[in-house]
Design a binder for this molecule. Structure first.
Ligand code: CU
Length: 463
C-alpha cells in the first residue's frame, strides 16, 4: 500500500504558498494573526477509514505553515481552544527566553479560552518547526505541531521546495482513533510512544511529481514522539545542506541510510536521477524493509544534471570561540528498563527505582528526576561552555537544547556541525560545546517525549 500512486499532484506547493503571501503583509496587518489550538476531526487514515480526532493548530495536522524571510519578525496570537492548558515552543529558534513557550519555566501555560502573544525575530534562515510544550507527550502525539520555514534572503538554486513532516501515530486500525494511553508505563520506561501508522504532512501516501534531473530541496522534520526515522533515497541523489536549520560549511553527500531523530531536521538538495516514467522515493527502513515515505513520479527530462550545490549562506554567530578551555559540565543519564538505576532524587526526596516506577518516573540526570530549582549549569550570555553527556541507559535519547545550538567536540579536537537536537545511543559518551544564548532559563531535555515526562529534563541558566 505504500507504493500506491495518484496522478496530478501539486508540485512544490509550499514554495508557491510562500511566494503568494508576502509575510510582511501579515506582520503589518491591524489585527494580530492567530494560531489556534483546537480539537478537530481529520482524514488522517487512508480514504475509507473514519476520520481521526486530533488536536491541531488551526484545526489541521501539521498546523499552518509559517514562512518568513530571514530577519523578519514572527508574530502570532496563540489562542487556546483545547480542553486543557497549552503553550507553543518555536523549535530551533534563537529567540528571547520569554518567547520559548516552555510551560512552568518560561511562561505560565495558557488556560483554555485564553491567549498569549508570541513575537520574535527570525534571525536564522532554515527549517524549523513549532509544537506544543505543555504536556507535550500527549499534545504533540495528538498532532499539535507545524512547520516554520525561514527563507534565505536570496532563494537558492532549486526547482522546487518540499516541506516534509514525518510522524507516526499510535492508532487503532479499525476505529482510526489515537491510542488514548499517553502515560503508558511501558512506553515511558522503554523507547517511548511508537506509532503503528506513519504519515508525511498528515498524508498516508505522499506523492509528488518531478522531472528527471530536477533539483528538489527536501526539508525533513521529525515530529514523532519517539521514532528515529531511518531514511534513504532511491532514484534521487543529493547532498545534506543543513542540519537543524544550520547550514553545513560544505554540503555532504547523502549516505545510503541516514537517521533523523525526534525533533531533528535535515535540508537536502536532491537531483532526480530516476528515468522518466519511473518512480523515485524517499524511503524509510522499517523492520529491515524499505517502505516509500514520499514517492516522486518522474516525468520528462528537465535539462542536464548540474554540479554539486554551493553551501547555503552561513547564519550569524555560528562560531563557538575558545571551546577547548570552556568550562565543562557533566550530564549523566541513568534509568529506564534494564538501566540498573538504584535510586534518585525526585521532588527533593530520595526514592528507590521501585518507588519511582510507582509514580511513573524512570529516568535521571545526575541522580535527579525531572526539572528542579537548580540548573545543570549557569553560564554568562555570550560565553562558551561544554557539556559531556554520558548515556548510561539501554536506550537512545535525542537531547534538545532550547535557544541555542551545539557543536560536538570530536575525538580529534575539531568541531562537528551545529545542532539543536543530538542523538546518543546507549553507552554513548560525547561532548558538545555551545555559546550561551540570551539570558533566561533554557530547558535541555530528551525529545523522546515520554522520557521528558518521566524524568529527562534539566535546564541551563543563562545570566
Ligand atoms: Cu530519551
Amino acid at each position: 500500500m505504500n507504493n500506491t500512486r495518484r496522478e496530478f499532484l501539486k508540485l512544490g506547493s509550499s514554495a508557491a504558498i510562500g511566494a503568494l503571501i508576502p509575510s510582511g503583509l501579515l506582520a503589518s496587518a491591524q489585527s494580530p494573526v492567530t494560531l489556534t489550538a483546537l480539537p478537530a476531526n481529520v482524514q488522517l487514515a487512508p480514504t475509507g477509514y473514519p476520520k481521526t480526532e486530533i488536536w491541531g493548530f488551526d484545526g489541521t495536522t501539521p498546523g499552518t505553515l509559517i514562512r518568513v524571510k530571514q530577519g523578519e519578525t514572527v508574530r502570532r496570537r496563540f489562542v487556546n481552544n483545547l480542553p486543557e492548558a497549552s503553550s507553543v515552543h518555536w523549535h530551533g529558534l534563537r529567540l528571547e527566553n520569554a518567547m520559548d513557550g516552555v510551560a512552568g519555566l518560561t511562561q505560565e501555560a495558557v488556560p483554555p479560552g485564553e491567549s498569549f502573544d508570541y513575537a520574535f525575530n527570525a534571525k536564522d534562515a532554515g527549517t524549523f518547526w513549532y509544537h506544543a510544550h505543555t504536556n507535550s507527550v500527549e499534545q504533540v502525539a495528538r498532532g499539535l505541531y507545524g512547520p516554520l520555514i525561514v527563507d534565505e534572503p536570496e532563494a537558492p538554486d532549486v526547482d522546487s521546495d518540499e516541506v516534509l513532516i514525518l510522524d507516526d501515530w499510535a492508532m487503532n486500525p479499525e476505529t482510526a482513533q489515537l491510542d488514548p494511553d499517553f502515560t503508558s508505563r511501558h512506553d515511558r520506561s522503554h523507547a517511548g510512544r511508537r506509532g503503528n501508522y506513519v504519515t508525511t504532512n498528515g498524508e498516508p501516501y505522499a506523492e509528488r511529481r518531478a522531472a528527471r534531473n530536477q533539483r528538489i530541496r527536501l526539508r525533513l522534520i521529525n515530529a514523532a514522539n519517539a521514532r528515529i526515522f531511518q531514511l534513504g533515497l532511491d532514484g534521487l541523489e543529493g547532498w545534506i545542506m543543513a542540519l537543524d536549520g544550520m547550514p553545513l560549511a560544505q554540503p555532504e553527500p547523502v549516505a545510503k541510510v541516514f537517521l533523523l531523530a525526534p525533533g531533528q531536521r535535515m535540508d537536502l538538495f536532491v537531483d532526480v536521477t530516476a528515468q522518466s516514467g519511473k518512480t523515485a522515493h524517499l524511503f524509510r527502513v522499517d523492520d529491515d524493509e524499505a517502505l516509500s515515505q514520499v514517492a516522486f513520479a518522474v516525468g520528462d527530462e528537465a535539462g542536464s544534471r548540474r554540479v554539486p550545490p554551493p553551501p547555503l549562506p552561513e547564519n550569524p554567530d555560528m562560531d563557538v570561540p575558545g571551546y577547548e578551555q570552556a568550562p565543562l559540565f557533566d550530564l549523566h543519564m541513568e534509568g529506564g528498563a534494564m538501566g540498573g538505576l538504584q535510586s534518585a532524587l525526585f521532588n527533593g526526596k530520595r526514592m528507590s527505582f521501585r518507588q519511582l516506577v510507582d509514580v511513573n518516573q524512570f529516568w535521571s540526570f545526575n541522580g535527579t528526576v525531572g526539572l528542579t530549582d537548580a540548573p545543570l549549569a549557569a553560564v554568562v550570555s555570550g560565553r562558551t561552555a561544554r557539556v559531556k553527556i554520558r548515556n548510561d541507559t539501554a536506550f537512545p535519547h535525542a537531547m534538545h537544547l532550547h535557544g541555542m545550538h551545539m557543536r560536538e567536540v570530536l575525538k580529534d579536537g575539531g568541531l562537528g556541525p551545529l545542532r539543536d537536537t543530538v542523538l546518543l545511543f546507549g553507552d554513548d559518551t560525547r561532548e558538545f560545546a555551545f555559546v550561551a544564548g540570551k539570558p533566561g532559563k533554557w530547558i535541555f531535555h530528551c525529545h523522546m517525549l515520554g522520557h521528558t515526562a518521566s524524568g529527562m529534563a534539566t535546564w541551563i541558566d543563562v545570566t
